[in-house]
Design a protein around this ligand. Structure first.
Ligand SMILES: NC(=O)c1ccc[n+]([C@@H]2O[C@H](COP(=O)([O-])OP(=O)(O)OC[C@H]3O[C@@H](n4cnc5c(N)ncnc54)[C@H](OP(=O)(O)O)[C@@H]3O)[C@@H](O)[C@H]2O)c1
Length: 430
């Protein structure tokens, strides 16, 4: 065996403490996998005294995480602090510039700065690895970067945020509204105190940005993702979805189209009984269409100490084995931003729900505005007559231009018979 790989670990929280524990307890098994030993030589966190559940007394402590990038006894810096700017970015840049490999779980940082950081790593002849940044324990980065490469990928779709999937699953099971289920998820620690990044779709978009880059060989393009969160989804929509034979999931979808590459994050109708529709609770999943290699489906735990630390360790073993390679699977110079599919080209069938006053002529008015925009209806549910009161009219359209459906809904929303802006959810082809 050659000399051991010396690890500097920044961040000793949920993931960092898990990584420290695996390095401490599984050293022998990991050395076999890696072909050499791996040893934690230095750590950094804000609070030195906090009990991390693992004995760190013999390991050097740095009050300033940036010092890890300077230490002679660190070959690889593991960044598990988080955040797209600040200390995390400075540490990753400093380590790469200093000729140290970097392993990180920081999807926010990479979604924004991945191309530049990948180029920096390449310039300094070191690795930048991020298996843990997408779907925690699922080995999707390696699968896309090194496995499914022969025929090209035409589409990736994923349930990439466990909090959102947990909330939608709970809403479906209990029939309770979004706000109530979110509050409960926060009480049980399944959702952050500030859940904006999760429920607003931003976290899914960070991960989708990286998936797109790995799948299509393009530079991460976070600004190119069209994002809609789950906060407007109602129990009624979930129940109607069930009647039509669908479930509502927050999906990240990236696909190659005639016009370019489309990146979407939104609640979508997924046909019941398909693998993505069956993903329950806080699980994550990714479906990839890999040309002649066929369709693939990955499912597993997307977050938490065990799954995420496991992915970090897999990257460390790769670094120890000398499997360095470019961060996004192709040389930095080749990594150009994707040609974005123009918004006008976006096509889908849609689920539409209208809350309308039950008065004569309302259906004719809705139909006229949809027809004006060449949006045709495939199926419809209208029930519960309540003259003069609000009722729901629900329909699924044939495939239509996204912008045309939006225009039709804007016209419909202006009617005095329509009590709220209509709900619009794309149907995801399985
Ligand atoms: N948690 C997950 O399931 C999960 C899943 C996938 C990816 N990730 C990613 O993994 C990264 C870490 O997440 P986490 O959940 O482990 O976070 P966390 O539990 O909040 O831990 C963050 C750690 O960073 C330390 N820290 C904060 N500011 C620091 C500074 N200026 N200098 C040194 N240390 C500092 C904290 O120190 P103290 O403990 O002393 O406060 C803490 O140990 C994030 O990028 C996250 O997006 C997490």
């Amino acid at each position: 065996m050659t000399s051991e790989l010396r690890v500097g670990l920044a961040g000793l929280g949920t993931v960092g403490a898990g990584v420290a524990a695996i390095l401490a307890h599984n050293a022998r098994a990991l050395a076999w996998r890696a072909g050499r030993g791996m040893r934690l030589t230095a750590v950094s966190s804000r609070d030195r005294q906090k009990d991390r559940g693992v004995d760190l007394s013999a390991i050097a402590f740095e009050r300033d995480a940036l010092a890890l990038a300077e230490r002679d006894d660190v070959d690889v810096v593991v960044e598990l602090i988080g955040g797209e700017e600040g200390i995390a970015r400075a540490l990753v840049e400093g380590a790469l510039r200093g000729g140290k490999h970097v392993v990180t779980a920081n999807k926010a940082l990479l979604a924004r700065h991945g191309a530049g950081l990948g180029a920096l790593a390449e310039r300094h002849g070191v690795a930048l690895k991020f298996e843990a940044a997408i779907c925690g324990g699922i080995p999707i980065v390696k699968s896309l970067r090194e496995g499914l490469i022969s025929y090209g990928i035409s589409a990736v779709r994923g349930i990439l945020n466990g909090t959102c999937n947990f909330i939608l699953t709970q809403m479906e099971a209990s029939g309770r509204p979004f706000a109530e289920v979110l509050a409960e998820a926060q009480r049980f620690g399944y959702a952050e105190a500030d859940p904006t990044l999760d429920i607003g779709g931003g976290d899914t978009a960070h991960k989708l940005t990286l998936l797109t880059s790995l799948a299509f060989g393009t530079a991460p393009d976070f600004e190119g993702v069209a994002i809609t969160g789950i906060d407007k989804i109602t129990p009624a929509d979930i129940a109607f979805a069930g009647e039509f034979g669908y479930r509502i999931k927050l999906l990240g979808v990236a696909r190659r189209t005639a016009g370019g590459i489309e990146q979407l994050v939104n609640p979508a109708m997924v046909r019941a009984g398909t693998p993505l529709a069956d993903v329950e609770s806080s699980f994550n999943a990714v479906a990839a269409d890999a040309g002649e290699a066929g369709p693939f489906f990955f499912q597993g735990r997307g977050a938490g100490r065990g799954p995420t630390a496991s992915a970090v360790i897999a990257d460390l073993v790769d670094v120890a084995r000398g499997a360095l390679g470019p961060a996004f699977g192709r040389p930095a110079a080749e990594l150009v931003p994707p040609r974005r599919e123009p918004a006008e080209a976006r096509m889908s069938a849609y689920y539409l729900r209208f809350q309308v006053l039950d008065v004569p002529g309302v259906m004719a008015e809705i139909s006229r505005h949809l027809a004006n925009q060449l949006v045709s209806i495939e199926s419809m549910i209208q029930r519960g007559r309540a003259p003069g009161e609000p009722v729901a009219i629900v329909m699924i359209t044939h495939e239509a231009q996204h912008v045309a459906v939006v225009r039709a809904l804007q016209a419909i929303a202006a009617s005095d018979k329509v009590v709220e802006f209509p709900c619009m959810i794309p149907m995801e082809a399985a």
